[in-house]
Design a binder for this molecule. Structure first.
Ligand SMILES: *[C@@H]1O[C@H](CO)[C@@H](O)[C@H](O)[C@H]1NC(C)=O
Ligand SMILES: *[C@@H]1O[C@H](CO)[C@@H](O)[C@H](O)[C@H]1NC(C)=O
Length: 377
């Protein structure tokens, strides 16, 4: 009896040991799992053989949470969304629910597209998408070059809302063919994930697109000005412009939307980055960011994460005065910040209500609009 018990115990121990090894291997594998073919060929050579089967294993079973984070000091005191981020930080593969593989006709034909407008939109933001389609997000040619539009989305984290918003997205896609949706919770701390999933999709389906505008669905864009500006650049050189943010670091105050505790990063400062409301980049830079992301753990603040990827790629973001992700501040009390003459000169401004976008788009295209010398540069 006693001997039998020992035997069972031994079997259990062996099983548990194997499981523990599997978890460790998977965890290791995860940080570089997509990079098996992409990363520095000298690195991790011995691991390479094991990559593919494990990678498939993840894919079939969807990503399971990493319970080891529960043991981080202070973990139990963290806000729920941060606990959630830490538990799922390693997950970079999610099923695509709404796909438009022929958005750029074919990977080869994607060279014909000059600018792709990539707009982060939560599933329920139907009105914002409708207005963007009618205004600055129109798919058409500007100055003889093609502009296409894509919204990128996840799934509402509330199950009841998800059912409805998935339905509306499906309807919209039948009509417009302009939304990509993946099966992850569309939350603030998952925006970096959304960005990385998009880059991966782009390399597969639209690798030849020349420039990208990445923005939120509450920005106003003067599309003509953006196209005009980008025409002065080469898509095979580095270009990354927006509202440049430098010399800031993690906010350690728990109440803040941007709170990032030490358990997420021990860095005291962020690399230079551009405000996430909207920025422009060349195809070269988009590829470089994606490459860097393959070997960089996700970070909860999406614009900072892109700054981290740029840094890893040895590239710098720059500032463009016409991109105002912090909004437009009136020079004096008597200045109307909704003056169309401001926006005739600008490229992108945060933040606009849907009806304001309609009004402003109409106003800047009004042939009778006369702007004096006081318009800002
Ligand atoms: C990100 O999405 C995954 C998959 O839906 C989810 O499990 C996780 O909780 C989300 N993370 C955050 C911080 O919302
Ligand atoms: C990205 O990685 C691929 C594969 O390693 C490489 O061919 C390409 O030159 C890289 N691109 C950039 C812009 O770094």
């Amino acid at each position: 009896m006693k001997k039998l018990f020992r035997k069972q115990e031994a079997v259990i121990l062996i099983i548990m040991g194997t499981l523990a090894i599997l978890i460790v291997v998977n965890d290791k594998n995860n940080n570089s799992m997509t990079s098996g073919t992409q990363q520095d060929p000298d690195k991790n050579l011995p691991l390479k053989q094991t990559h593919r089967p494990l990678h498939m294993w993840w894919k079939r079973n969807s990503c399971s949470l990493n319970a080891m984070n529960n043991n981080l000091p202070g973990f139990s005191d963290l806000p729920d969304h941060i606990k959630d981020f830490l538990r799922y930080r390693h997950c970079k593969h999610f099923q695509i629910l709404q796909d438009i593989p022929n958005k750029c006709v074919s990977p080869e034909q994607s060279k014909e597209i000059f600018l792709l407008l990539v707009i982060k939109s939560s599933p329920e933001n139907y009105e914002r998408r409708e207005v963007i389609r009618k205004t600055w997000g129109q798919e058409r040619t500007y100055e003889g070059v093609q502009v296409h539009r894509l919204f990128i989305s996840g799934v509402n984290s509330n199950r009841m809302s998800a059912k409805k918003s998935n339905q509306i997205i499906q309807l919209e896609n039948q009509q417009y063919q302009d939304i990509l949706q993946w099966d992850f919770h569309d939350t603030f701390f998952n925006l970096s994930l959304k960005q990385v999933l998009f880059f991966k999709w782009k390399e597969k389906n639209c690798p030849g697109v020349k420039f990208l505008l990445n923005g939120d669905d509450d920005v106003f864009v003067n599309t003509e000005n953006v196209v005009h500006y980008l025409k002065g650049f080469r898509s095979d050189r580095h270009l990354f412009v927006g509202t440049l943010i430098m010399n800031v670091g993690p906010i350690r105050a728990k109440w803040s939307k941007y709170y990032v505790p030490e358990q997420v990063t021990t860095l005291n400062s962020y690399p230079p980055y551009c405000g996430g409301g909207g920025f422009l980049m060349s195809d070269f830079t988009a590829k470089a960011i994606y490459n860097a992301s393959l070997n960089l753990m996700l970070f909860p603040i999406d614009d900072v994460y892109i700054g981290m990827c740029l840094q890893k790629a040895g590239l710098f973001p720059s500032s463009h005065m016409g991109i105002r992700t912090a909004g437009v501040h009136a020079p004096s009390e008597n200045t109307d910040t909704f003056d169309p003459c401001f926006y005739q000169e600008l490229l992108l401004v945060h933040r606009f209500a849907p009806y304001e976008m309609v009004l402003m788009w109409q106003a800047i295209h009004d042939a009778t609009l006369k702007c004096g010398a006081s318009a800002p540069k």
